[in-house]
Design a protein around this ligand. Structure first.
Ligand SMILES: [Zn+2]
Length: 89
């Protein structure tokens, strides 16, 4: 018993597969963005390991009736509630 291969093809089994373009690996701006941000550590208080931060300004001046300028500082909110001024950045 021998099967002829060509017969199967003649019955319309040989539906040609069409090669379509798949989704390529992100190579554009998305991949570049991922590469530029390799690691983003969480800002924590070194004293109480708290996560709540407050942004305060030191040395502001009155300009046209509005407070302006000053040096920005990030302090721990938890430590501040305890009466301590822990500067994070
Ligand atoms: Zn703290």
């Amino acid at each position: 018993m021998t099967r002829r291969r060509s017969k199967a093809y003649s019955f319309g089994v040989n539906t040609p597969f069409k090669v379509i373009d798949g989704t390529p690996e992100p190579e554009g701006p998305l991949k570049r963005m991922k590469a530029s941000v390799p690691d983003t550590p969480i800002v924590r208080c070194p004293r109480c390991t708290g996560l709540a931060m407050l942004e305060v300004k030191l040395g502001m001046t009155w300009r046209n009736g509005k407070p302006a300028g000053g040096q920005k500082q990030i302090v721990c909110a938890t430590c501040l509630a305890r009466g301590e001024h822990v500067v994070i950045a």
